[in-house]
Write a protein that binds this ligand. Structure first.
Ligand code: DAH
Length: 357
């Protein structure tokens, strides 16, 4: 009996895994196991022998079962330990870097411009990029054969042969949105219209697609003085300087009378633009009092209403504010350029704090 006990206890202690343990259990306590067979022999013993052998065999059976259970638990623990060691990972390691996209300078500047004019009560209006001849030209007091049409390097859309309507155009400026907004909302109105415009032109400062923001303010008594203040406030906020000086230069646009081009006092230091000081002037926009014919074309009575309009080049603003020398690079989709000049997605548009309204 003691021999059996030692044999199986040793075997259990040495078992390498669950399968080995199960084999040992069957060999000792299974139906034909050594201990089970011994128990069966009890029947052939004398009552005297049975009295001692019975309890001894039972005790052996219990001891082996307990040893098996304990070993099974120990093996499971060891297996878990091994797995934990093998599958261990350091959660404090830095994550693999993943490239994040950036906000294009045009998008950033557009957001900045919208934020500044929103503070001054201008809503954002939009119009189509494929525009009719009428909205892009006629309604803006540029009739057919007007010389201003030649200045625009217009892209014309295709018309089927035999279709005598004037071709649609890729809008050459955001000014047609003035007409669409006044048709829709009437007067009074205060809007800006940022968006893409197209002209057949290509060099360091011109691309066939570029961006403008149109401004329009119509009410009973709006004057050039209001225009001047709005533009000064805009420039102070946009270029983040305390003082700006604007120069209104008499000019001509068919859709405004009088018309003015506006220059910004600035200087260049080591290729960096300084706004508000210096001896240079930088042209930044066209503007004027909206021509009565334009109001009329949009269904607004020029005897009751008047106001100003302006058009600013957004790409120009971005180049100036962020020191970007070549316009063409804006639209090359060169990832190195985009990473260098792009803005973090969560950057809020920058503007001078405390716009004094
Ligand atoms: N549409 C003009 C252009 O693209 C810019 C412009 C000038 C817009 C004067 C205006 C304005 O609203 O009043 O060259």
């Amino acid at each position: 009996m003691e021999e059996l006990r030692q044999k199986y206890l040793n075997a259990i202690a040495d078992a390498a895994d669950e399968a080995a343990l199960e084999e040992i259990r069957i060999r000792a306590l299974g139906k034909k196991g050594e201990v089970s067979l011994k128990m069966r022999e009890l029947g052939r013993m004398s009552p005297e022998e049975r009295k001692t052998a019975g309890p001894a065999l039972n005790a052996l059976k219990n001891e082996l079962n307990a040893a098996l259970t304990a070993k099974r638990a120990a093996l499971a623990d060891a297996a878990l330990d091994a797995r934990l060691r093998a599958e261990w990972l350091d959660v404090t390691l830095p994550a693999r870097p993943r490239r994040q996209g950036t906000v294009h300078p045009i998008s950033q500047v557009t957001e900045e411009v919208i934020a500044i004019f929103a503070e001054m009560g201008f809503a954002v209006a939009e119009g189509p990029q494929i525009e009719t001849d009428w909205y892009n030209f006629d309604a803006l007091n540029i009739p057919p054969h007007h010389p201003a049409r030649q200045e625009f390097d217009t892209f014309y859309m295709h018309r089927e042969p035999g279709d005598s309507r004037p071709p649609n155009v890729l809008r050459t400026h955001t000014s047609p949105v003035q007409i669409r907004a006044m048709e829709k909302h009437g007067a009074p109105i205060r809007i800006i219209a940022p968006g893409r415009v197209y002209r057949s032109d290509y060099d360091q400062t011109h691309t066939p697609m570029f961006h403008q923001v149109e401004g329009l303010a119509i009410d009973r008594d709006i004057s050039m003085a209001n225009l001047k203040w709005v533009l000064e406030e805009f420039c102070r906020a946009f270029f983040e300087v305390e003082e700006v000086e604007l120069r209104f230069r008499a000019s001509h646009f068919p859709f405004t009378e009088p018309s003015a081009e506006v220059d910004l006092r600035c200087s260049w230091q080591d290729g960096q633009l300084k706004v508000g000081e210096g001896d240079d002037w930088m042209e930044i926009l066209g503007s004027g009092m909206v021509h009565p014919k334009v109001l009329k074309a949009a269904g607004v009575d020029p005897d009751q209403w008047q106001g100003f309009a302006f058009g600013i080049g957004i790409d120009r603003l971005a180049m100036l504010k962020y020191g970007i020398p070549d316009l063409r690079a804006f639209f090359d989709s060169d990832l190195r350029w985009l990473r260098h000049y792009g803005f973090a997605p969560l950057d809020v548009p920058t503007m001078r704090a405390g716009l004094s309204l």
